[in-house]
Design a protein around this ligand. Structure first.
Ligand code: BJW
Length: 252
């Protein structure tokens, strides 16, 4: 009998982690669900019956910046009231203890940062950063703005007075080159864990497959099956915060 297969999936993950040097964890909205942040593709992710697909694009912003900003202001207010959960704190602890254990996130809520995650790679930006919509010369970079609510809506670029936009990556926009390069480099690892993501948004959704093709043992942590499930070595159908906390106990 295969002794690995007869072990509980959580024990299998812990055993592999014990032997691993390089570990990469890709997180999605499901990792923040237990903190109270709605995921995108659940009913709670709808806002005034709009989906993320309808609002998270440059075209939507160009058409109706006020409505798109109202959606972001509503989300900022929700996120400001949330605190990191066990998934964030366990991952933060791992990155503090093991520099080659890294987290790549699609989340814009910054809860990984608030939990203390080191060397976090953020693929889709941060909801707490803003950029100039017109790309004025004085504001090439994003700036941090944690005000909730904004004193004026929609918020303006402090340099040129034009419209500001959220410092996130919308559909049809390229991800930051350095962020994507870092994430792709981290697919060269011993274990790649994808946690709380529906695995439908590219290029993030492709990372687990790249990791597996490069020899990583791949694990999916999700409450449901996803487009990635059939392509991973081990899928654990449970809340990511519970699985990560249980694995962490086995590791300590
Ligand atoms: C739990 C849980 C618990 C709940 N525990 N689990 C190749 C093929 C096809 C299309 C493309 C492609 N390459 C590019 C594209 C186009 C596009 C794309 O992927 N479209 C798809 C929809 C088909 N991609 C892009 O446009 C990207 N840009 C790009 O590739 O540039 C080059 C290019 C451009 C144009 C054409 C071709 C190439 C940019 C993508 C940017 C995504 N932006 C957003 C918004 C960010 C800002 C904001 O927050 O407002 O990012 S969209 C939204 O989706 C957000 C998320 O980061 C992202 C992923 O969502 P996530 O995290 O997976 O959340 P959910 O809600 O979908 O899933 C939650 C999961 O958690 C579920 O599975 C639950 O079951 C689970 N769960 N509780 C564990 N407790």
């Amino acid at each position: 009998m295969d002794s690995t297969a007869s072990r509980l999936p959580i024990e299998q993950v812990a055993e592999r982690l014990r032997a691993a040097t390089r570990v990469t964890v890709l997180t999605g909205a499901g990792v923040s669900a237990a903190s109270g942040v709605p995921t995108f593709r659940s009913s709670g992710g709808l806002w005034r019956n709009y989906s993320a697909l309808q609002l998270a694009s440059p075209e939507a912003f160009a058409r109706d910046p006020h409505t798109v900003w109202e959606w972001y202001a509503w989300r900022r207010e929700q996120i400001a009231a949330c605190v990191p959960n066990a998934a964030h704190t366990v991952l933060a602890r791992w990155t503090a203890r093991r520099p080659a254990w890294r987290v790549v996130t699609q989340n814009v809520d910054d809860l990984h940062l608030r939990a203390g995650t080191r060397d976090l790679v953020r693929l889709h930006g941060s909801i707490w950063e803003l950029r100039c919509w017109t790309g004025c010369a004085d504001s090439r970079r994003a700036w941090r703005d944690e005000r909730v609510p904004f004193p004026e809506m929609p918020p303006r670029c402090p340099h040129c007075g034009g419209l500001a936009r959220p410092g996130v990556v919308w559909f049809g926009e390229s991800l930051g080159e350095a962020d994507l390069d870092a994430a792709v480099a981290l697919t060269d690892c011993d274990i790649f864990i994808t946690a709380g993501t529906s695995a439908v948004v590219y290029p993030a959704a492709g990372l687990v497959h790249t990791a597996r093709s490069r020899g990583a043992f791949t694990v999916e942590l999700n409450v449901e099956s996803t487009d990635a499930t059939d392509g991973v070595d081990l899928a654990i159908r449970a809340p990511a915060e519970e699985t990560l906390a249980a694995v962490d106990v086995l590791l300590s």
